[in-house]
Every structure is written in C-alpha cells, then in structure tokens.
Write a protein that binds this ligand. Structure first.
Ligand code: IMP
Ligand code: MG
Length: 184
C-alpha cells in the first residue's frame, strides 16, 4: 500500500527514515549478542513488519518466537488490562530473550510481558521497540533499544493498525483524530 489514504493527516516517518534506523538498531544488537544465542520475541501483531526488517539486518544467529497479548481491544485508548492471547511456542528457559515491539505507549503491555517472561527463567531479557511515546507513559519501562521517540499522537502503518486497518502502509503516519473520536 503506497498511496496515502486521506485518513492519514501527516507522515511521521518515511520508509527511508525507518530503514536507516532499523539498520542502526540491528548493528547495535548484533554487536551486543555476537557470542550469544539470541531469541527475538515478537509481539503480535503490530511488530511483525519491524521484526522482519530487523532480523534480516542482524549479523548474528537468532531464533524467533511470537507471543500475543491484547490491551486496547481495537480502541485507541489503552485500558490497562492486559490479557495473554497466545503464548510462546518454545520454552524461554535459559534463553537470551529480546522482546520486539512496535510501540510503547502507556507501558502496561510491556510491563505485563516483562513480569510474565522474567518469572520463566530466561538467561537475559531485554526490550527493543521501534517507537516510544514517552508522554503517554503510566509506568516505568526500561527500554534497551529504541527506534524513535514520537509525540503523543495515534499512529498507524508499518505494522500498526487502527481496527486492523493500515498495517500495510510502508511508512508511519498520524491517523486523523476524526476517525476514532466519533467512535469513543
Ligand atoms: P501500551 O500498553 O499502552 O504501552 O500499548 C501498547 C500497545 O498498544 C502497542 O503494542 C500497540 O499495539 C498499541 N498502541 C499504542 N499506541 C498505538 C498507536 O499510536 N498506534 C497503534 N497502536 C498503538
Ligand atoms: Mg503491539
């Protein structure tokens, strides 16, 4: 999907900006995990586009696994109640886990995942997020690798959705608040 739908008010990050930053993140991660077995834990569904670009830039061995949680139930405002929808396929015991997330907003989702995964005896546990919205944070999250800090606006594209739409945009754009305000 290349053309800009009219519900996008502004392009926040172009495909070129994203790719350049993903390469930088991958270089950092490759250096940090050079002699370690790495497992990327992708949070479904928003992070799959980021995962697929990031993993192909990594210069180290990595396994991938997926976990699905639900926090905002297709709405724009996060509820704070996080549910596990689908667990990892492989055991996390003894693994160097790197959580790969699209965006950290209130932080409730990542806080839940960090608490859940840390009780399962991983060898190490770190966080990589493409986007960070610091102004929306309700709970402290230690972020090890961050692509971009962005303003407190609802964004879509590059894997991120509003009610399952816009995931296939190749850029990150700000959704017109009109689209979701009427449905609140
Ligand atoms: P948190 O629990 O509030 O940090 O929200 C985390 C999840 O909410 C993310 O993994 C996204 O799925 C979703 N989310 C938060 N902000 C946005 C946004 O601006 N666009 C799309 N999804 C978002
Ligand atoms: Mg997500």
């Amino acid at each position: 999907m290349r053309k800009s739908p009219k519900d996008i008010v502004r392009v926040l990050l172009t495909p070129e900006q994203i790719q350049r930053r993903v390469k930088e993140l991958a270089a950092e991660i490759s250096a940090d995990y050079r002699r370690k077995e790495l497992t990327l834990v992708s949070i479904l569904k928003g992070s799959v586009v980021f995962l697929s670009d990031l993993m192909r830039q990594l210069d180290c061995h990595c396994a991938i696994d997926f976990i699905a949680v639900s926090s905002y139930r297709g709405q724009v405002n996060t509820s704070g109640v996080v549910r596990l929808i689908m667990d990892l396929r492989e055991t996390p015991v003894g693994k160097n886990l790197l959580i790969v997330e699209d965006i950290i907003d209130t932080g409730y989702t990542m806080d839940y995942l960090l608490r859940n995964l840390s009780t399962r005896q991983p060898k190490s546990l770190k966080v990589c997020t493409l986007l960070d919205k610091p102004a929306a944070r309700r709970i402290f999250i230690p972020i090890d690798y961050c692509g971009f800090s962005i303003p407190n606006e609802f964004v879509v594209g590059y894997g991120m959705d509003y009610r399952e739409k816009y995931r296939n945009l190749d850029y990150v754009g700000v959704l017109n608040p009109r689209i979701y305000e009427v449905k609140r």
